[in-house]
Design a protein around this ligand. Structure first.
Ligand code: FES
Length: 138
């Protein structure tokens, strides 16, 4: 089996699919090569991510990693969400095939992109806090 049970579960039964109306941060990230797009919506209260939803137009691994990423950041502080790496998402899913690792980068960067938008909306320059948003191209 190429995909773990957890990947298959999060692909066929993704958590937190949808949009958040009046989200505090909205991020969008695309991969130029495969054309997959991920949108991330965050509700943030007192520095805590109280809700996270996503819409992914992409491969199964992109769906599974966005689902897991939202699960991992819900209830966490912004600081913790900023520390979320694609590797942590992959580990939480019990691994991904090597050719699918780049899909998890999309999830990591979608979270960062939404946090960047959050700071921009607050009138705060996100760059020193969030850093550059990488457009994964592999
Ligand atoms: Fe594009 Fe997975 S193949 S994100």
């Amino acid at each position: 089996m190429m995909y773990s049970e957890k990947v298959l579960d999060h692909f066929s039964n993704p958590r937190n699919v949808g949009e958040i109306e009046n989200a505090d941060g909205v991020g969008e990230i695309g991969n130029a090569k495969c054309g997959d797009i991920m949108k991330m919506y965050l509700k943030i209260d007192n520095g805590i991510i109280t809700d996270a939803k996503f819409k992914t137009f992409g491969c199964g691994a992109a769906v599974a990693t966005s689902s897991m990423a939202t699960e991992l950041i819900k209830g966490k502080s912004i600081d913790d969400a900023l520390k979320l790496t694609n590797q942590a998402v992959v580990e939480a899913l019990d691994g991904l095939p090597a050719v699918k690792i780049h899909c998890s980068v999309l999830a990591e960067q979608a979270v960062r992109s939404a946090l960047s938008d959050y700071y921009t909306k607050q009138g705060i320059d996100p760059l020193p806090i969030v850093g550059e948003i990488k457009m994964p191209e592999e």
